[in-house]
Design a binder for this molecule. Sequence first.
Ligand code: FNR
Length: 364
Amino acid sequence: MSALFEPLAIGAIAAPHRVLMAPLTRQRAAQPGDLPTDLMRDYYVQRAGAGLIVSEGTQISPEAKGYAGTPGLHSDEQVVAWRRITDAVHEAGGRIAAQLWHTGRVSHPSLHDGALPVSASAVAHDGRTSLFDGDGAVVRVDCPTPRALATDELPRLVEDFAHATRQARAAGFDGVEIHAAHGYLLHQFLSPVSNRRTDGYGATTTGRVRLPLEVVDAVVDAWDPGHVGIRISPLGAFHGLTDDEGAETGLHLAAELALRGLAFLHLSEPDWAGGAALDDDFREKLRTAFPGVIVGAGNYDRPKAEQMLDRGYVDAVAFGRAYIANPDLPERLRHGWPLNDLDKPTVYGGGPAGYTDYPAYAVD
Ligand code: FNR
């Protein structure tokens, strides 16, 4: 049997196989309130066959929001709405973790009553985020120079992650994944490109990993390490963050995470987004730094997944775009059935089209 279909203990989560659903922002939460909807429930239930679903990025506080139409996990109304989804996924036999997200400087004042987005330092992301126009169509807007978080604000930020973790437990999730990848807030602290701080939360590798590790410790305190994972993208170019020290910082962080016994380390690999494929040297060093469960993601198909599993570089694989288009992806991979193509225009925002209408494979 393929290693891809062997069960795996992901911390406290018993996954029946190793085909996971990657976190995927789809911008279909209800407004006002950034509330999960019944349509989102149907979408996740269709994908309950995943070894583990990692939810779309979900903001930990109003300040954390960076895109129109993304859901939150800070208000009690959001907990009630997510509970309907987690209950339905469990009834369908699945497991779902919440991805805890703060977008930092990848955001826009119109999402914050005119206030500037926050970041490690007042360094602009030379790029854009996505809002909706009056008709609900996606429009791309420039991100402004953010406001640097003051040192005495950081405990409040850490508490926002802990609060969202308690909310995730109350909402019936099976665990949480801290989003420290893709150029969002925690990555903005990790990278010297966006972190120019001189207050002990920057300047050196130890300084730059300090806030992300304080967040990890607070989230673990709010639950336990067996229910906590983290996503990182130390190499590549995501939202303006490419840095020469990415490998060193990532490996330093991974070793610290190993000491904390986290359920999993989710490695977002860069080649799906135009970066160079990871080399064996980095994969081996990461494996050594973090002996626990490593989830690989980015440009995987079944042969690559099996190769990386066989070499011991990853323990499970998360699929993104293929999971958007194939609600029954594990079964398709298991049997070698063909995959549906992704319909790009319906990825972000909108309704059921391109969301809940991708068919499962019809067996004759
Ligand atoms: C993503 N990705 C992503 N990553 C993340 O950590 N949080 C998120 O909310 C999202 N949202 C998102 C939306 C869409 C439409 C895409 C295509 C991607 C990245 C995703 O989890 C995954 O790493 C990539 O899609 C690469 O994997 P595939 O698509 O090559 O399997």
